[in-house]
Design a protein around this ligand. Structure first.
Ligand code: HEC
Length: 163
């Protein structure tokens, strides 16, 4: 009996120890795309005030692709490790008739991993608030919405790369 209790106590201590070295992190979390501003610029567009989504996504958006995602844009098949970033910035109209970039509103990220994101057909979706690398906006339902809209495109990717 004593041995059983000792074994149970040791197992609990071991589990606590392991959880300290490997703190719990959801396995399917899309990582912040460190350094994406140095990746390949795919395109830019402006969502204007007439668009129903203006309040949230209005302004400039620039799209960036890492090297693996570039392979996808060029060949039509995105390998695991592809990352694409949709960078949303305010568009501020000045009196001089020009429109300038304002603050960052959020970034939307797509990461390809056919095993981790198998329930959304290989792409993981996430949104980071403003300039934050840790504040995640996308709820599980939000991510479903990303997927539902993107799923209608070939490879789930809307944009194309202009050479
Ligand atoms: C209602 C449809 C819709 C929803 C919902 C949506 N997107 Fe998109 N997304 C688009 C369209 C359209 C584009 C292409 C914009 C362009 O070409 O300028 C795009 C582009 C992108 C891109 C650049 C790659 C590409 O497909 O061209 C990323 C990354 C992205 N979205 C991530 C997300 C994330 C993350 C979410 C959810 C938080 C999301 N999107 C929700 C329609 C949607």
């Amino acid at each position: 009996m004593k041995t059983i209790i000792v074994v149970i106590i040791l197992s609990v201590l071991f589990a606590v120890f392991i959880s300290f070295i490997h703190p719990y992190k959801p396995v399917n979390e899309v990582p912040y795309p460190e350094g994406y501003r140095k990746w390949t610029h795919i395109k830019t567009a402006i969502i204007g005030p007439q668009n129903p989504g203006f309040n949230f996504s209005g302004g400039f958006h620039h799209i960036y692709a890492n090297e693996k995602a570039m392979e996808g844009y060029l060949t039509g098949s995105f390998p695991n490790g592809s990352v694409i970033v949709f960078d949303v910035l305010e568009a501020l109209m000045h009196g001089d008739g020009n429109t300038y970039e304002g603050n960052r509103k959020h970034i939307d990220v797509m990461t390809k991993d056919s095993i981790k994101y198998s329930t959304t057909n290989g792409w993981g979706y996430e949104e980071f608030n403003a300039d934050s690398k840790v504040e995640r906006n996308a709820t599980a339902l939000g991510k479903r919405n990303c997927f539902n809209c993107h799923a209608l495109q070939k490879n789930q990717v809307f944009s194309t790369f202009r050479k």
